[in-house]
Unconditional design. Sequence first.
Length: 119
Amino acid sequence: MDSDKTATADGEKDRNFVTALARGLDVLRAFRRNELELTNTDLAERTGLPKPTVSRLTYTLCQLGYLVQDGQSGNYRLGAGVLRLGYGVLAGMDISDRASQNPQGSAKWRKLIYHQCIG
């Protein structure tokens, strides 16, 4: 997915780019609308990452609350940690003022927020 953006504009390796973080975010972005759970194989296929790498990333993301693993199936779903990230974005937006100024626009804002948070 996006974790291969490690080069600068002049083609050199970007020393500030953290590939492991980018890969973890790729795993989170692998979830699509209306999909509640994904398997390790699904995540590996969607991200292009090796299954052992995905296993380590999903373990870490579970420990941090960004993913939740189903005890029976072993599948993963997004956790509350993802919502906390989205809340930070939403908290910085002055949606109530914009909605009260333009009631017709409030539906557009809800749709925009939904797509920003969900996909």
